[in-house]
Write a protein that binds this ligand. Structure first.
Ligand code: HEM
Length: 174
């Protein structure tokens, strides 16, 4: 498992500008997800035209925060716990992970290179994100204090805030 932070950053920067940027990447993500894993489609109520912006913003926050685990981990724990409300189950994470890796490879191959190092980095990053979210979703009670410290409710949402996926930047770092 090789997670190269520079490779992660560079590829995400490329994803933003190549092949129609994150709009194209995000829309393709949901199109392929629903084609390949139709059973998860009913979980989504927000149209892909809106939903993809949240996912892309969240990926941006994760990539930006990868060197600050003290902030990134609570962000991911809260997100994992929020996903319980969305009826997400642990096995869904491998489907979503496979899909993200596949669409990234497709996206970045259009105008440039998608190398083995890039694939390994993204695979490792996705695995880490999924593991961290699942860990919290499987035992939310254990993360109550941490969540509170960063301004989240026990269900992973923030009071009076409808954009919790943007919160990493403004977390109340102790
Ligand atoms: C790689 C890990 C994942 C990331 C980064 C991610 C990111 C997000 C973000 C940013 C949102 C917006 C709402 C919020 O932040 O609470 C969201 C909502 C959602 N996610 Fe995920 N997610 C992941 C994994 C999954 C998995 C495995 C599923 C299962 C199919 C899933 C299903 C959903 C659903 C159903 C919603 C609500 C959609 C709606 O409002 O209709 N997510 N996700």
């Amino acid at each position: 498992m090789t997670l190269d932070i520079l490779v992660l950053r560079n590829t995400f920067e490329r994803a933003k500008v190549e092949n129609g940027g994150t709009t194209e990447l995000g829309l393709r993500f949901y199109k392929r997800l629903f084609e390949k894993y139709p059973s998860v489609k009913p979980l989504f109520h927000t149209p892909p035209e809106e939903q993809h912006k949240k996912l892309m913003a969240s990926l941006g926050a994760i990539v930006a925060g990868v060197e600050q685990p003290e902030r990134l981990l609570p962000y991911l724990h809260a997100m994992g716990i929020r996903h319980l409300k969305y009826q997400t189950e642990t096995p869904h994470y491998s489907a979503v992970g496979e899909n993200l890796l596949a669409v990234l490879a497709e996206h970045l191959s259009k105008e440039g290179e998608w190398t083995i190092a890039m694939a390994e980095t993204w695979e490792a990053a996705i695995e880490l994100v999924a593991k961290t979210m699942v860990e919290a979703s499987e035992n939310p009670g254990a993360f109550k204090e941490e969540l509170a410290k960063f301004g989240y409710e026990p269900d992973g949402f923030k009071k009076n805030d409808v954009t919790p996926w943007l919160q990493q930047e403004s977390a109340n770092t102790p």
